[in-house]
Design a protein. Structure first.
Length: 179
């Protein structure tokens, strides 16, 4: 019998001071059996950074032809494709052709090696690439509970995340930007 995903419910008070975007998010997030809690929380942070009408979690790890997050129009056009992790150059190339915008959020201890090995090839692709600070993502996983209330305030290249009496600042670096 296949292992089922673990379901998490998140209530997030989001304040994105960079985009003047404020929202109360109610997210249901599935932790895939082969996924780490760090990757799941990186997906949640990517969601917060890109929050907009129509943004949703896709099948991600369950379907190699779908991203982790995306925005799709009523006529099945993908306007935003977001991958979390260290996707191959071929995957980023394919996604950048399928979507109007393609973003990658790298987050783990291998990110430096992945970026150093691929940056010259990624530079030829129409994709925005970011790297989260991995120890901060690890700290964020200490907040993990089946039901979570979070407050996320985004300013500059950092997000201040609080849950109860716990807090962490999540920083990211822009590795490549098409803007």
């Amino acid at each position: 019998m296949a292992t089922k995903p673990t379901i998490y419910k998140l209530r997030i008070a989001l304040s994105d001071l960079e985009r003047n975007y404020y929202d109360s998010l109610n997210l249901t997030v599935a932790l895939h059996p082969s996924e780490t809690p760090e990757r799941m929380m990186a997906r949640v942070m990517a969601y917060c950074l890109n929050a907009q009408e129509g943004l949703s979690f896709a099948k991600g790890l369950s379907d190699v032809d779908e991203p982790d997050l995306w925005v799709r129009t009523m006529d099945d056009q993908t306007t935003l494709w977001i991958d979390v992790g260290e996707p191959s150059i071929e995957r980023v190339k394919k996604a950048s052709r399928q979507a109007k915008q393609m973003r990658v959020y790298s987050f783990n201890s291998k990110s430096d090696v992945w970026w150093d090995q691929g940056k010259s090839k990624f530079s030829r692709l129409d994709a925005d690439i970011f790297r989260f600070n991995y120890p901060e993502i690890e700290t964020l996983t200490t907040f993990l509970a089946r039901t979570m209330d979070l407050s996320v305030t985004i300013t500059g290249q950092s997000a201040y995340v609080t849950s109860g009496n716990s807090e962490v600042e999540i920083n990211w670096q822009v590795l490549q930007s098409q803007n």
